[in-house]
Design a binder for this molecule. Sequence first.
Ligand code: SF4
Length: 412
Amino acid sequence: MANGTESEESGGPEEPAGQRAWKLFRSAGRGFWHDVPASDWNDWRWQLHHRIKSVEQLQRLLPTLTPEEYAGTKLANTRLAFGVTPYFFNLIDPADENCPIRRQVIPRIEETHTAPWEMTDPCGEDAHSPVPGLVHRYPDRVLFLVTDRCAAYCRYCTRSRLVSNATGYDFHPHFEQQIDYIRRTPAVRDVLLSGGDPLLFSDDKIEYLLSRLRAIPHVEFLRIGTRIPIFLPQRITPQLCAMLRRYHPLFISVHSNHPRELTTEARDALGRLADAGIPLGNQSVLLRHVNDAAAVMRAHVQKLLMCRVKPYYIYQCDLIAGSAHLRSSVRNGLEIMDALRGHTSGYAVPQYVIDAPGGGGKVPVSPEYVLSRNADRVVIRNYEGRVFEYPETRDGTPSFAAPREIEEPELA
Ligand code: SF4
């Protein structure tokens, strides 16, 4: 495994050195852009304008570009555009072909290999779309897709069919139709703004959408899904935060996968959002050679808490076309969850989910803690592997008097 060793995964009161190092907050630095004035570097529009978008730029900035990456980047703009902000690019370790940051944003030729079980719309969103740009799959909440643009493009993106518009999907949100659907559907109490990345819009445009949604009486709860604090923390300005706080209850779901993404810049941006009273949750995707080692994931979830972000979900990588090289196994995901639960704060433990292929929605998957149960008792396992009996209750009366630790499950 690229990012952890057996000894690092053993856990325990002594924190392994690798895990400690990942948890240190460091600045992304200036790298190739050391001559750029601070006023430009810290300007989110400058960062967007200077994104690395072509294979020629990449060759110049990353002399260790591999043939697989070169070929993948040449073809990327016909599938999912290639783009990285200078800030995020500085997190890449040029000496490491398997750098966990590099694997997330630098295209590889494997993206053009599609297995028979892979799909362009693995979550079946288009089939649950009553109006363009709106997904209504669960009873009381909708996904409001507002843009197809992101600050940088994740090579495993579930919405790569529409994001960046490289495949000609023709994504054109119709805000009036989307908002009208929400207005005439009283069951919808929760609206998640996503895309693409909603925080790429100007403050005025975001406020326009939030205020329209807030004016609908049955909308109780607003959420924004974003990777901006990770790709472009400069965008989280005090002005943006002051505007967002007017639309509470508003939650933000961040997307971060590896502890190195949590730089001082990202931590400060997340802090500004938290100071605006916005509860923050994180969604990670389990990715091969990125975060599929328990030590990496443990460092990541602990570091998220230090950024005032609750680890919310770990997603099993969807069956998106061309993502096999980034997909880790469910077995591995379950082992990671086993290494988190009980071994670190409960607040640091996210829910591991698989989005059921074709549109079945999120299904939580978990290591087995209930070993067996019958009418009299439940046999449970704790995080150390010790087994206990808990008496089942009938009309408030336990089925037996003395709950106990047992060697082996003994069910009749
Ligand atoms: S930021 Fe989100 S929507 Fe954009 S490419 Fe990454 S995963 Fe896809």
